[in-house]
Design a protein around this ligand. Structure first.
Ligand code: NAP
Length: 242
C-alpha cells in the first residue's frame, strides 16, 4: 500500500493533506499534539507527539515508523508540514526559550524525523519521498518573523542535503512553498500589532485582497503534483507550479 507520514494533522494544511491522501487510498500516519476529527478509518493511524521535543523523535516515533516498514509499503512519503509562526518580534525583543522551542518544532524535529525516516526506510528498492513544507519566508526575510524564516531556509537546505546524499533512483526530496493558505497561521500573523510584527500589513493584505486559498485546494495540488507525479530531486516548488 502507498503510505504517507504527515506532521501537524490537527488543522490547517496538514489535516487537509492527510484527508486528501486517505481519499486516494494511502495509509496515513498522522503525527502531532492532536488529530482532526475528519481523519478516520482503518488506513489512518495517529502518533501523539509534541515536536518541540525534537530529541525524543527516535524513541517515540521510531517504533511507529518501524511498524509502517514492517507492513511492506509500496512507497512511503514523509510530509514535514507542522510548524509554528511564533515567536513574533524583531531580534532583541525575543526570549531565548521561545527561540529554542520554535526552532525545535520548525527545524530540529524536521531534521530528526527525516533522519529517522532515512534509517528506517533504508531499502534502496523502495520508492521514498520527503516533502518539506517551506515558505516564501525561506528566501524573503520578514521583519518580526526571523526565527520562522531561519527555520524555513534550513528546511530548504535539508532538501538539498538529501538530494546529494540519497542517490537511490527511487528517492526524491523536495520542498514546496505552498502559497498563502486560509489557516490559523494567517489569522495569527495578521492579528499582530505593527510594533511586534513590522511586516503585518503583508498578511492583512492577503486577507483583504482575497488571496488566501482553502487548505483542501492546496492539499489536492500538493498530493497530485508532488506526491503522486514525478518530481526533481532537491528542487523547491512554488504554489504557481502546482
Ligand atoms: N498558511 C500559510 O499561508 C502558509 C504559507 C506558507 C507556508 N505555510 C506552511 O504550511 C505548513 C502548514 O501551515 P498551516 O497554515 O496549516 O498552519 P496552522 O494552521 O497553524 O497548523 C499548524 C499545524 O502544526 C502543528 N504544530 C504546531 N506546533 C506543533 C508542535 N509543537 N508539535 C506538533 N505539532 C505542532 C499544529 O498542531 P497544534 O494544533 O497541536 O498546534 C497544526 O496541526 C507550515 O509548515 C507553514 O509554515 C503556511
Amino acid at each position: 500500500m502507498h503510505t504517507a507520514i504527515v506532521t501537524g494533522v490537527s488543522r490547517g494544511l496538514g489535516a487537509a493533506l492527510a484527508a486528501a491522501l486517505l481519499e486516494r487510498d494511502f495509509a496515513v500516519l498522522g503525527v502531532g499534539r492532536g488529530s482532526h476529527p475528519r481523519l478516520t478509518g482503518e488506513r489512518y493511524r495517529f502518533a501523539r507527539f509534541d515536536l518541540a521535543d525534537a530529541a525524543g523523535v527516535d524513541e517515540t516515533l521510531g517504533p511507529e515508523l518501524s511498524a509502517l516498514a514492517n507492513a511492506k509499503p509500496t512507497s512511503v512519503c514523509l510530509l514535514n508540514n507542522a510548524a509554528t509562526a511564533g515567536p513574533v518580534g524583531t531580534l532583541g525583543r525575543l526570549a531565548a526559550g521561545e527561540i529554542a522551542s520554535s526552532l525545535a518544532v520548525n527545524l530540529a524535529a524536521v531534521v530528526a524525523l527525516t533522519n529517522l525516516f532515512c534509517r528506517v526506510f533504508a531499502d534502496p528498492a523502495l520508492p521514498r519521498r520527503v516533502i518539506n513544507v517551506s515558505s516564501g519566508a525561506a528566501q524573503t526575510a520578514l521583519a518580526g518573523e526571523s526565527v520562522y524564516c531561519v527555520a524555513k531556509a534550513g528546511m530548504e537546505m535539508l532538501t538539498k542535503a538529501l538530494a546529494v546524499e540519497q542517490q537511490a533512483p527511487g528517492f526524491r526530496a523536495i520542498a514546496v512553498r505552498p502559497g498563502v493558505i486560509d489557516t490559523d497561521m494567517q489569522v495569527f500573523a495578521r492579528s499582530q500589532s505593527k510594533d511586534v510584527l513590522p511586516s503585518v500589513e503583508l498578511f492583512q493584505g492577503f486577507h483583504r485582497d482575497g488571496r488566501l486559498v482553502a487548505p483542501d485546494v492546496v492539499a489536492a495540488k500538493i498530493v497530485g503534483r508532488l506526491v503522486e507525479d514525478d518530481v526533481e530531486h532537491g528542487r523547491t516548488y512554488s504554489y504557481q507550479e502546482l
